[in-house]
Design a protein around this ligand. Structure first.
Ligand SMILES: [Zn+2]
Length: 42
C-alpha cells in the first residue's frame, strides 16, 4: 500500500493505485505523488 499526496492541497490518501481525483480540492490524478517520494525531495 502506498501513500499518495496531493501536491495542490496536501491531502493524503492510501491506496495501491493513484487516486483519479483529489476528493478535497478536485485536482487531477497527475497532481498526486507518492508520499515517500515527496518526503525524499523535501
Ligand atoms: Zn487536493
Amino acid at each position: 500500500m502506498a501513500v499518495w499526496k496531493c501536491s495542490a492541497c496536501g491531502e493524503t490518501k492510501e491506496g495501491r493505485c493513484r487516486p483519479n481525483t483529489c476528493e478535497k480540492c478536485g485536482a487531477p490524478k497527475e497532481s498526486f505523488v507518492k508520499a515517500e517520494e515527496a518526503t525524499k525531495k523535501a
